[in-house]
Each structure stands twice: as structure tokens, then as C-alpha cells.
Design a protein around this ligand. Structure first.
Ligand SMILES: Cc1ncc(COP(=O)(O)O)c(C=O)c1O
Length: 479
């Protein structure tokens, strides 16, 4: 057996509890998909065609659109990435403007780049306390559209990786006043709109195009996702055309059947599954009130968070005394709980309908135990108030659109020499994969401090190379 399968088997057999994607949590004993090779085909006669469905795949897509209340749903086997690429490609052409959340996933930037479009950025609110993005406000969308009425669409992410939701209903109304579509990256919200105890989906709240990663929160295989369309502002033929370009021409029937099974499973068992999840979360949050050193994010009381997804659990120390990376590692090594991701000062757990009561109680027990230890230790804050409070989420100065930077030669410079230079590549943390620097943006001192801070707290900053000397890609012919 090869190393990869050995490692997967080892993880599968271990007692590590997965508060991470995929949403089936490797806990779907009733799934008929376990005979991988027996079921692995692509389009052969009699099996319909993902790119031009007429039979069983079309029926299955219709089942999904009825469940989510979309007008039409497309299955994605290349993740939400393919849906975001197709969605943005369908609404902008070369040099046209699109209003886009600056906290978007890199796939949105890639779409803008591929179409050589001109992004106008909208900056969400943010939280100094947890250092995460907040909601995009309808007011800010209106403000930007007044400034740039030529925008062809609005693209925002809701919920974010940390479960922060924006006011989709109001934002859709603003976009529609300008007769342009609202596209929502709902990659982290495939469980929305299916139960009254959880938030509604953007497709039910007036968005025109919504992309959801089924694999993140639903019992569906990795890479599976949905693209929903509603109303007439989106040209569906263009969506089909671009999905034909961005999706594999040999789609896996295991993935397609996985989508169908997940939808069917939730249709048949959703009421009980969501009821159990809701009860487990309620117990978890109630117990979390006992925490003294840590806090579990419940930010709805703050103006910069329109709403939160209760299934996304964000944990941080009250005075930033522990980095996200350290907490993630302690939870994994000492308590055998694997979180989804670490930010600078927080960790995020993905929970969902396939999680068990035992999983939630292991997490809260671990947190209470650590809370006690750290309170005794009287740890000091890791934050340097001089720099940290004002280096996050600063508006970057956009000199060129990402596509325009192709016209320049690139060079690598030491990061300490990069102030005032224009970025030639992305810089981002993965996850979440939302760039802190985009090609065409000016590099400033605050960005460099932020990169330094990320590195000090042990986070993996992509787009910075070099061993001893840290290097960053910039345009050669600065203007
Ligand atoms: C906000 C957001 N959008 C889109 C994506 C891409 O989704 P996928 O991995 O399904 O392609 C991700 C991936 O993590 C994401 O976090």
C-alpha cells in the first residue's frame, strides 16, 4: 500500500474527532457509495450527461432546486470553485466592473483575472476583538454602486468561514435597484434554508445566483457543490457555457451520486438531523458560558455582524493570550480533536448534521479543561497594542486590476524592501484562501507588519517565498 492510503487509513482508524470538512464527517454508514471502484464511471450510454442533462441527472438537479427553492440548480463536481468561476464569468466581460467583497475566496479573484474584469472592492465590517471579517452592509453596497453605477454585478461571501452572515435581502434589493444581479458565495452555507432553526439560504432571500459547497457542511463527498439560479438577471446559457469550460469533461458519477444521496438523505431525515444538531449546539453554547479564559464567538450583539451561523464554532482567548495555531495544535495533540482552521487568535470548528453528541461533549470538555489550566497560568496577551490594532483589514491601494499585471515583468524582492512596490502575486493564508494582497495592489508597511505577525503566530503565509530571506513577487516596471 502506498503512503497516501496508509496515512488516510491511519487517520480513519484513529480516535481523532473531525470538526472539519467534509460534512459527512466520515460517518455515513448508510451511504451506498462505499464500493468506490464498482461505482466509478463517467458518461457512458444510458447514464445521462452532467453537461447536458436530460434524464436522471436532470431529475436529481430538479429535486435539489425544489429543496433549496431555486429556479434551477446545477451540480458541481469541481467544488464551489467551478461555480464561482462560472458565475462571475457569466456576468462580466473584459474591462467591465464588478463590485466584489474584498474578503472573497481566491476563486473569485481568479474569475476576475480570467475575464480580465475590473474589480471594485467592498470592504466588510470587521471585529477588533476576534480579528475576523464582519458583514457586508447594504449601506456600503449602495455607497459603492452610487460611485460605480457601471458595475455589472455584486459578489459577496455570506456566510464567511467563521459563519458571519450579511443582510442578503437588503443587499439584493440594492443590487436590483441598479438592475444588476447579486451573486452570493454561500460555500459554507449548504445547510442553510433547510430548517427553521438555521439561517435561510441567500437564494430564498433574493439573491440571483448562489454557490454552495455541499461537501463542507452536508453529507456529500469532497468537491461536490451546487449552483442555484433564480429570476431572469442571470443568463443561464452563459452559466452552462462556462460550467462546460471549468468543469471536468469526465465528471465522476460517484460525486454526482453523492450529491443525489446527500439531497435524498436530508429530504428524508432533515427534521431529526437538524433538531439533534440544534440541541447539541444549544448544550455546547450553554456550557461554554462557564469559560473564563476562552470565549466562544456569539457576535450577533455587535453592529458589525448582521447574523451568525450557530453551527460554526469560533473559539478565542478573551485577551488574545494564545494564538490560533497553538490552540489548534493542543486540541489535536492532547485531546485528539481536529479543528478546521486556525486564525491568528482563534480556531474554527465546522459542525453539522453528521456530528455526534459525543463530539460536542468532547470539545466542550477539552475547552473547560484548558480554560482551567490557562487561567491558573495567568498567560499574558500576545497582542502588541501599538501595531496590532491597526494592521488588520486596511484598505489596500489598487493600482491595476489583476489581469492588467500580466503586461509587466515580475521580480522577487526582500519583503523589508517591498514598501511602495506593486504586487505581482497573491499573498494569503490557506485556509481561508482570501488574499490579503492582490496582484496590482500597492504594498504598504501595515501589510508587511501583518505578514510578520502571521508568521510569528505560526501561520502559513502563501505567496511569500525564500528560506532565510523572505521574498515577495512585485512588478518590475513600477509606475
Ligand atoms: C468562502 C469560500 N468560497 C469558496 C470556496 C471554494 O470552495 P470549494 O473548495 O468547494 O471549491 C471556499 C473554500 O474553502 C471558501 O472558503
Amino acid at each position: 500500500m502506498g503512503e497516501i492510503i496508509n496515512k488516510l487509513n491511519q487517520y480513519n482508524k484513529s480516535d481523532m474527532y473531525p470538526f472539519h470538512m467534509p460534512g459527512h464527517k466520515r460517518n455515513f454508514p448508510t451511504s451506498p457509495l462505499s464500493d468506490f471502484y464498482g461505482l466509478d464511471i463517467t458518461e457512458i450510454d444510458g447514464f445521462d450527461d452532467l453537461h447536458d442533462p436530460e434524464g436522471m441527472i436532470l431529475d436529481s438537479m430538479r429535486k435539489a432546486s425544489a429543496l433549496y427553492q431555486a429556479d434551477e440548480t446545477f451540480f458541481l463536481v469541481n467544488g464551489s470553485t467551478a461555480g464561482i468561476l462560472a458565475g462571475i464569468s457569466a456576468v462580466v466581460m473584459e474591462h467591465q466592473k464588478i463590485l466584489i467583497g474584498r474578503n472573497s475566496h481566491k476563486s473569485a479573484y481568479h474569475a476576475v483575472y480570467l475575464r480580465n474584469a475590473d474589480p471594485v472592492y467592498i470592504y466588510p465590517e470587521y471585529s477588533d476583538r476576534v480579528h475576523i471579517w464582519g458583514s457586508v452592509t447594504p449601506k456600503e453596497v449602495e455607497h459603492k454602486l452610487l460611485q460605480y453605477p457601471e458595475c455589472k454585478a455584486v459578489f459577496i461571501t455570506s456566510p464567511t468561514y467563521e459563519g458571519v452572515i450579511s443582510d442578503i435581502k437588503e443587499i439584493a434589493e440594492v443590487a436590483h435597484r441598479y438592475k444588476i444581479p447579486l451573486i452570493v458565495d454561500e460555500a459554507h452555507g449548504a445547510h442553510f434554508g433547510l430548517d427553521k432553526r438555521f439561517p435561510q439560504s441567500a437564494i430564498q432571500l433574493g439573491a440571483d445566483l448562489v454557490i454552495q459547497s455541499l461537501h463542507k457542511t452536508m453529507p456529500s463527498p469532497t468537491q461536490t457543490a451546487l449552483l442555484h439560479v433564480k429570476g431572469s438577471l442571470i443568463d443561464r446559457d452563459k452559466i452552462k457555457k462556462f460550467l462546460g469550460i471549468y468543469q471536468s469533461s469526465s465528471p465522476s458519477y460517484l460525486l454526482i451520486a453523492g450529491i443525489d444521496e446527500a439531497i435524498g438523505y436530508v429530504q428524508d431525515n432533515g427534521e431529526k438531523l437538524f433538531e439533534d444538531l440544534s440541541a447539541n449546539l444549544e448544550k455546547f453554547y450553554l456550557k461554554a458560558k462557564e469559560l473564563k479564559f476562552f470565549e466562544v464567538f456569539r457576535g450577533c450583539d455587535r453592529a458589525d455582524f448582521f447574523d451568525l451561523d450557530p453551527s460554526r464554532i469560533v473559539i478565542y482567548s478573551k485577551q488574545n493570550q494564545i494564538s490560533g495555531k497553538e490552540l489548534l495544535q493542543i486540541l489535536s495533540s492532547q485531546y485528539h480533536i481536529q479543528m478546521e482552521m486556525a486564525g491568528m487568535y482563534h480556531v474554527t470548528a465546522i459542525s453539522g448534521i453528521m456530528d455526534t453528541e459525543e463530539g460536542f461533549s468532547r470539545l466542550i470538555r477539552a475547552l473547560l479543561d484548558l480554560d482551567h489550566k490557562f487561567t491558573e497560568q495567568k498567560r499574558k496577551s500576545l497582542l502588541d497594542p501599538v501595531t496590532d490594532t491597526n494592521i488588520f483589514f486596511i484598505e489596500r491601494n489598487k493600482i491595476f486590476s489583476p489581469g492588467e499585471t500580466d503586461g509587466f515583468n515580475k521580480e522577487k524582492v526582500k519583503i523589508q524592501d517591498a514598501t511602495g512596490r506593486i504586487a505581482a502575486d497573491y499573498v494569503y493564508l490557506y485556509p481561508p484562501g482570501s488574499p490579503i494582497l492582490v496582484p496590482g495592489e500597492m504594498i504598504d508597511e501595515k501589510l508587511l507588519l501583518l505578514i510578520e505577525r502571521y508568521m510569528e503566530t505560526g501561520l502559513n503565509v502563501r505567496g511569500i517565498s525564500g528560506e532565510k530571506e523572505k521574498l515577495i513577487d512585485v512588478l518590475q516596471n513600477d509606475v
